[in-house]
Design a protein around this ligand. Structure first.
Ligand SMILES: O=C(O)[C@H](O)[C@@H](O)[C@@H](O)[C@H](O)CO
Ligand SMILES: [Mg+2]
Length: 382
């Protein structure tokens, strides 16, 4: 079998889908994208295309190594997202060829269903209580929200009280009937991270995510010493070689690799295995589309230390398209009682509605994250 064509489709809300065609008619789908840099990742995918045309799609490991090591300059958000989407599509092809779901190619399922969570509140945490109430009505009991609005490097007791007050209200309203993670989203600088973590202790969040920016990873062990709250990060780390450092230094209780940013299934399964050796959990990051979620689920179903799966149903980013809008087999994404079932069809298990994708790609937005500024006019982390 040989790869004969790669086609990329940028589509609303901010995703990109990749179709890889073979000379035997089997087609694989991937989701190579970095939110806000879709065109850059698209260029990276097309730069890799001349190498991929004519290759055997079944040699996933070799193609991965060649795409990664074949470039003198390697790693990083763009290149690893391009490799990620190509890798996902190659696993999709192999599973379809052999007639089995990807998790069966990786040794079979370790669980029957996967715990998932939903976002509540928007860019600035708002109406969180109402959002939780609405989702609890459909059986969701685990949530995530942004922890703060703009947070200055050294901020006020008032700003801390506002952030903590929102969390106190949640515990007040729901007690321990629900669980929630708090995403600091990299908005909190090191001087404020310890202050906020300490103030949040009494409300026992399930985890705090990106307590500081990924480029401040050396703070993870120090912050972990100051709190009992499990710390999580990973959406802005892109390979085993980045994750090994945070595992070595300690501090993170949960790794959150993104299957569309960190080299795909091939790389993230290795990251999950590394984490298990350190008794660190994995909770794949996935604010993206259905192919990215499917790739996450195949990792979840073969990883003992997979604990939670993010999915983007109802997320504040999904303006213009919802999680399953481009999928024919919507019923295969069975979410019930806060769990999501395995996708059992061959390959990734996603039947992409290509007609719908082509139509939507005709007016794909160039989504960008907002540029925030503090009151004094300086740039604020979004
Ligand atoms: O946890 C999450 O989902 C992420 O922090 C998410 O908010 C960002 O990755 C966003 O997609 C970037 O554009
Ligand atoms: Mg996050």
């Amino acid at each position: 079998m040989k790869i004969i064509k790669l086609t990329t489709y940028r589509v609303p809300p901010r995703w990109m889908l990749l179709k890889i065609e073979t000379d035997e008619g089997i087609v694989g789908w991937g989701e190579p994208v970095i939110e806000g840099r879709a065109r850059t990742v698209e260029a990276a995918v097309h730069e890799m295309t001349p190498f991929l045309i004519g290759q055997d799609p079944g040699r996933i490991n070799d193609l991965w190594q060649a795409m990664y090591r074949g470039g003198f300059y390697r790693g990083g958000a763009i290149l690893m997202s391009a490799i990620a989407g190509i890798d996902q599509a190659l696993w999709d092809i192999k599973g379809k060829l052999l007639g089995v779901p990807v998790y069966d190619l990786l040794g079979g399922r370790v669980r029957d269903k996967m715990k998932m969570y939903s976002w509540v509140g928007g860019d600035r945490p708002s109406d969180v209580i109402a959002g939780i109430r609405k989702l609890r009505a459909v059986g969701i009991d685990t949530f995530k929200m942004n922890g703060t609005e703009e947070m200055r490097m050294l901020d006020s007791a008032r700003a801390v009280d506002q952030a903590v007050g929102r969390i106190a209200e949640i515990r007040e309203a729901f007690g321990n009937e629900i669980e929630f993670g708090i995403d600091f989203h990299g908005r909190v600088a090191a001087p404020m991270a310890k202050v906020l973590l300490r103030a949040l202790e009494p409300y026992r969040p399930l985890f705090v995510e990106e307590p500081v920016l990924a480029e401040q990873a050396e703070y993870y062990p120090r912050l972990a010493e100051s709190t009992s709250i499990p710390l999580a990060a990973g959406e802005r780390m892109y390979s085993r070689f980045e994750f090994k450092r945070v595992l070595e230094q300690g501090g993170l209780a949960i790794l959150q690799p993104d299957l569309s940013h960190a080299g795909g299934i091939t790389e993230c399964v290795k990251i999950a295995a590394m984490a298990e050796a350190y008794d660190v959990a994995v909770a794949p990051h996935c604010p993206l589309g259905p192919v990215a979620l499917a790739a996450c689920l195949h990792l979840d179903f073969v990883s003992h230390n997979a604990v939670l799966q993010e999915q983007s149903m109802g997320i504040h980013y999904n303006q213009g398209a919802e999680l399953l809008d481009y999928v024919k087999n919507k019923d295969d994404f069975r979410m019930e009682g806060g769990y999501i079932a395995a996708l059992t069809k061959p390959g990734l298990g996603v039947e992409v509605d290509e007609e719908r994708v082509i139509e939507a790609s005709k007016n794909a937005p160039d989504w960008r994250n907002p540029l925030w500024r503090h009151e004094d006019g300086s740039v604020a982390e979004w």
